[in-house]
Design a protein around this ligand. Structure first.
Ligand SMILES: Cc1cc2nc3c(=O)[nH]c(=O)nc-3n(C[C@H](O)[C@H](O)[C@H](O)COP(=O)(O)OP(=O)(O)OC[C@H]3O[C@@H](n4cnc5c(N)ncnc54)[C@H](O)[C@@H]3O)c2cc1C
Length: 394
């Protein structure tokens, strides 16, 4: 007899919960395992306008998120630029976001089990998953167990420390309506403050090996004190974040016979900003489409066409962004001072925050803005009578 086995999903974060929903809604038998189900995963919780437009149900649950329109960027030397976001950033508590997505998966018909998967054996068409309570069998396997995915090395290569960022942060009781980003000296990362409905998520990220978690925590605490945040009642967190190098993304394996890897477990995170929620959802969608088409390898090719070129470019630019120099100044100082000075740069920054300006189109947009910037800089550098003729050649 040909027994019909379900599709097993390991991990019920945004990636796992969303793929479970899509597959179950299309009539597939799905069982999802998560050791905690909905939980406050260490995260900023920021969702871009692009993500909200592509997945409108996320924008409809206003009570679960805070929509923020004001942003402040501060350079390592303390220059600040404040600007309005044309498209707000939605900031979710992860408890609420994960709960929402898991509930949708359950409603679509997926079986959601609060169990830790401790072992995977077998192969295509008959995987065996071990949990503390039972053994389960599955025809296909979707690995969505996050950055700490314990099964990664069994299917692909383990994540190298050179492809990771470390983060430390606090969930702080209180209210704010301003997203704050503080760039730092000697650190390829930043401090962020993301206001949520009833608290703020503040954190710091750096490339693994640049400094210790204890030092990051100290730097964050000092900055929070200096910026009048009170840590009384705040809860500390620390986690890792994939930030794959271009060469890692080049040779990456995300699926094989009977298995697929999505979200953080596949390393699908923007290595400059740390944005991973959009990629978790989109990779889940591409994975579901490939499984429903009966052509799992389509997942790899769609990822290669749509997501990986952007992440690869970000990986190549990342080092220059955080440590490079331009016109005798650090890139970070220049970015903040240009944002301070120029409306077109502020619009561009806003579109980056909204996720609607991709890295591939950034260069040509900057080239279009450049003549105006040079003109402004000439006006600033020379007395008005010298700048005058350029402004009004007649
Ligand atoms: C500090 C920090 C801040 C961030 N801020 C942002 C942000 O503001 N915006 C943004 O877009 N991205 C942000 N990210 C990235 C974002 O958190 C991730 O990209 C996103 O959570 C990935 O979703 P996922 O479903 O792939 O993995 P996860 O959310 O990590 O989910 C994995 C799930 O698998 C479960 N699991 C793991 N192992 C097992 C097992 N053996 N058995 C059963 N279950 C298991 C876990 O319990 C977990 O629920 C941030 C990340 C960090 C660390």
């Amino acid at each position: 007899m040909n027994e019909k086995l379900p599709i097993a999903i390991v991990g019920g974060g945004p990636a796992g919960a969303f793929v479970a929903e899509l597959l179950a809604a299309a009539g597939k038998e799905v069982v999802l395992f998560d050791e905690r189900l909905a939980w406050e995963k260490p995260c900023g919780g920021g969702l871009t306008h692009k993500a909200l437009t592509q997945y409108p149900f996320l924008g409809e649950v206003r009570a679960e998120s805070k929509f923020i329109r004001r942003c402040e960027l501060t350079s390592p030397k303390g220059r600040s630029a404040r600007f309005e976001l044309r498209h707000p950033l939605a900031i979710f508590s992860r408890l609420a976001l994960n709960g929402l997505l898991l509930e949708r998966a359950t409603r679509a018909g997926a079986e959601v089990r609060k169990e830790r998967v401790t072992g995977i054996s077998g192969g295509p068409r008959e995987w065996q998953l071990t949990t503390p309570n039972a053994h389960h069998r599955a025809a296909d396997l979707v690995l969505a167990a996050g950055a700490r995915n314990p099964f990664r090395s069994q299917f692909a290569t383990a994540i190298s420390p050179d492809d990771l960022m470390v983060t430390a942060g606090y969930f702080i009781p209180g209210d704010s309506s301003l997203v704050q980003i503080q760039f730092l000296k000697n650190i390829s990362g930043y401090i962020w403050v993301f206001p949520r409905p009833d608290h703020v998520s503040a954190g710091i990220a750096a490339k693994m090996g640049e400094t210790s978690t204890a030092d990051l925590r100290r730097q964050l605490e000092r900055w929070l004190r200096e910026n009048n945040f009170c840590l009384e009642g705040a809860r500390f967190y620390s986690h890792i974040l994939p930030a794959f190098r271009a060469q890692t993304l080049d040779g990456m394996k995300v699926c094989g016979a009977g298995w697929m890897m999505i979200g953080d477990s596949a390393g699908l995170v923007d290595p400059i900003t740390g944005e991973g929620l959009y990629y978790a959802l989109r990779s889940a969608e591409l994975c579901a489409e490939a499984l429903l088409a009966g052509n799992p390898s389509q997942y790899e090719s769609r990822l290669g066409e749509e997501i990986l070129p952007e992440l690869r470019l970000a990986a190549r630019v990342s080092e220059r962004f955080y440590t490079g120099q331009i016109f005798g100044e650090s890139v970070l100082e220049k970015v903040v001072s240009l944002t301070q000075q120029n409306q077109q740069i502020r619009d561009l920054m806003g579109d980056l925050f909204a996720g609607i300006q991709d890295y591939q189109g950034l260069r040509s947009r900057l080239l279009r803005i450049l003549p105006g910037l040079m003109l402004e800089s000439l006006r600033g550098r020379f007395p008005a009578q010298m700048a005058g003729p350029i402004k009004n050649p007649s």
